[in-house]
Ligand binder design. Structure first.
Ligand SMILES: [Zn+2]
Length: 464
């Protein structure tokens, strides 16, 4: 396949050249549009509804980000985060005023496909990043109107209302004596700046706290540099990626007789389902009720006259259960692992939680001529993990333990993949297909290949 090399090549020479001509004469008055801040960031995020146990509403996630922010709107961010079960996300986003692109540097979640966003989205992303460099934010704010800060009798501060570079209203509080921004506010977030230091003539906070209302959602510790020149190739996409492929319309794809997965959903998530002579078991209800309602209609069409008897939630992370209310009708059983009811009630309310039955030891679901075995698993990703196995078709349904991308090579297993491997061995499961909520389905051979890659990576790491 063709590598999409350098698709986001710089479109800024016009701005750059005009500065080269003009800047020399006007000196300090003109700001070089290629001036960039380079931030090396370490942080902690409080992620909602992604905790390792159902008892916790939030999970602390360690983050790293390297950000290049050029004054002309060009940017690049490389992010790295570690989630329960040592599942690692490592993404690169790059963009300018005309658009942006995101690739998965580990190629497991998004595979080799490029996620693109239009100019409006790119400008919003850039505008959001500018709140991490308040000195740039001040310079680029438009329509600013300053006023005394209400309630500040000392007169030490002023409040400035402005539009950010994406045209959205925002405000900031500035200390008059230093000219330093103390905090800034957008429609959704508040940024609090502390620990200012000087880098050349730029005053940059080394600590930034992001809040949503009163809730702290993210804390950054930042090491910043300023440069007049960033190598243009820094903004290129790495080689080996392809344009995102069309996934088709919403449909049920048969994996084996009576065994399906849903493809072509808007979110890209896959619901699985097993059909017996009288009942249906459904594996996960991803994202939201709108998507789940469409998936439910598709299941009813594929398995007419059967009762939707069981919704098996692989674990109670929000993205896997958000659609559950669409199925919560009379007589349905919503299955979770131990204490899953707590997390369901917290996220979806009591009426849905009242239908939850926790599975704390192996359980058979009789669908009529088809029996599904449910295995509870105390996974390091989520302690309320459930894995479903259909002996007839030798299909295993799981969420977040094993990933293959939609398009791309087989990635090595994460820790959670080893947990799934133990279950398959201990229970001596004969597996033909592993169906996941994310990515394409895989054969046992593909799973074993991912296991080998994991072992090889481990032993390589051991050598160095
Ligand atoms: Zn999860």
């Amino acid at each position: 396949m063709m590598p999409a090399l350098a698709t986001l090549r710089l479109l800024l020479p016009a701005a750059g050249i005009s500065c080269l001509l003009a800047c020399q004469n006007t000196q300090a008055q003109t700001v070089n549009p290629l001036t960039a801040a380079i931030l090396d960031m370490q942080g902690t995020r409080l992620a909602s509804h992604q905790a390792a146990t159902p008892q916790s509403a939030t999970q602390e996630i360690k983050l790293k980000q390297q950000l290049i922010l050029q004054k002309d709107g060009q940017f690049r961010a490389i992010s790295d985060s570690l989630w329960p079960g040592n599942i690692r996300f490592h993404f690169l986003s790059t963009g300018n005023k005309d658009g942006m692109a995101v690739v998965d540097l580990l190629q497991w979640r998004q595979g080799v496909e490029i996620e693109r966003n239009n100019a409006a989205e790119a400008r919003k992303a850039y505008a959001d990043f500018l709140f991490l460099v308040p000195a740039f934010l001040q310079q680029q704010a438009s329509n600013s109107q300053s006023a005394a800060l209400p309630g500040d009798s000392s007169g030490k501060y002023e409040q400035v209302s402005f539009n950010d570079v994406a045209g959205r209203p925002a405000s900031m509080i500035i200390e008059r004596s230093s000219g330093q921004v103390q905090s800034a506010k957008t429609a959704t977030s508040t940024y609090e700046y502390a620990d200012y230091s000087s880098i050349h003539d730029l005053r940059q906070p080394q600590k930034i706290t992001m809040k949503n209302g009163d809730k702290v959602v993210l804390q950054w510790t930042i090491n910043a540099q300023v440069t007049e020149h960033v190598d243009a190739h820094s903004f290129d996409l790495p080689a080996g990626y392809i344009e995102k492929q069309d996934k088709g319309t919403l449909r049920a794809t048969q994996i084996a007789p009576g065994t399906y997965r849903v493809d072509g959903s808007e979110s890209g998530y896959h619901t699985g389902f097993s059909v017996g002579s009288h009942s249906v078991a459904i594996y996960d209800a991803p994202i939201n009720t709108t998507e789940a309602a469409k998936v439910k209609a598709l299941i009813e069409q594929t398995a007419p006259g059967r009762k939707l008897a069981y919704i098996v939630l692989s674990h109670t992370h929000r993205d896997h259960i958000g659609g559950t209310p669409s199925y919560a009708q009379e007589g349905v059983q919503i299955l979770t692992g131990k204490d899953g009811k707590l997390a369901v009630e917290r996220q979806l309310g009591q009426p849905v939680a009242s239908k939850v039955v926790e599975v704390t030891e192996q359980r058979e679901l009789d669908l009529g001529g088809r029996s599904i075995r449910i295995y509870p698993m105390v996974s390091s990703h989520a302690s309320d993990m459930l894995v479903a196995y259909d002996k007839n078709s030798q299909t295993l349904f799981q969420g977040d333990l094993f990933y293959l991308p939609e398009i791309g090579p087989i990635p090595p297993l994460f820790d959670v993949g080893l947990e799934l491997d133990s279950l398959i061995r201990q229970q001596q499961l004969q597996v033909q297909q592993l169906v996941g909520v994310h990515g394409r389905s895989g054969s046992l051979q593909e799973f074993q290949k991912a296991l080998e890659l994991r072992m090889a990576a481990k032993s390589d790491a051991g050598k160095t």
